[in-house]
Design a protein around this ligand. Sequence first.
Ligand code: ZN
Length: 341
Amino acid sequence: MVKRLIFLGFLAFSVLMTEKPLLGQTIGETRFTCIVLGAGGGIEDDNLSCYLVSEKHSNDFICLDAGSLYSGIQKAETKGSFDEIVIPANSDLLKSAFILQNQIKAYLISHAHLDHFSGLVQSSPTDTPKTIYASSQTIQFLTDYIFNWRIWPNFTDEGTGFQLKKYHFQVVEPGKDFSIINTNFKAKAFTVSHQEPYTSTAFLIENNGHYFLYIGDTGPDTVEKTTNLKNIWETISPLIAGKKLHAIFMECSYPDPRKETELYGHLSPVWMISELTNLAKLCNENDFLHSLQGLNVIVTGIKPGIKTGESTFELITKQLTGLNKLGINFIIPVQGEKIEF
Ligand SMILES: [Zn+2]
């Protein structure tokens, strides 16, 4: 299990320096387990956005995005992250195949970019029947351009040609609650902007009154000229005040400096902190420096660099640490490892 915890110093300093009660986060008990199947946002094609999440102590997972699926399961298995899963004696499956077929209960796909679902396509002949939750735009793109018997057989129940119906596409309507089949999870989808007019999706996931938020690729509201993230912040700020939000998965594709015209619908540390500051102010305008203290933010989608020297993972970690006046607990996920939150 890894938590690269950035910036606990500011939290400790704040506790010492203020007599005011700390508002907002700092959730004691963890409720969710995440196994990171893919942590990066490119160029390493065996380490692309894919996060399994279960209720703590359960091995029934939902899969949030599926950039690197089977290779991620294999790496997580090597690191011991699936040690609790025992294959039935009458099964002759490899453990990784057993997990793919039996322990992943459903997929939630944020958008149709290849680095968010190519693993699912590669695994589809071996996978078992499941539901894929996605926006109507995402489903349209996947059926038009991928599952069409030209790029790949149509394993779904929509689109052109013979439908193999292994996967059921379930449209998620923005703002509308839905239950995730074969799990105790409920969810609500939000549209986010991923270089206008292309859209991506955020999912607010609930289990027994506890929540986490998974945001697919997104640009900042200011640059995208939308209020999509603001709408999400308005929804989750009461959950933060009520200590019910356990984590936010949020992308940070590029290190700073990054020109606005070269964000391509993504965030960099400066923009990530700017958006999180907007959230902090919604939680408590008068004391926003404390309103997100201890909040887990799992940083997704970092694009590995191609030059020698410091990695973009290290650089982004350093930059977020330097900018973190809010006491946020940034977690840089590592492929194959387990995070409890
Ligand atoms: Zn994307």
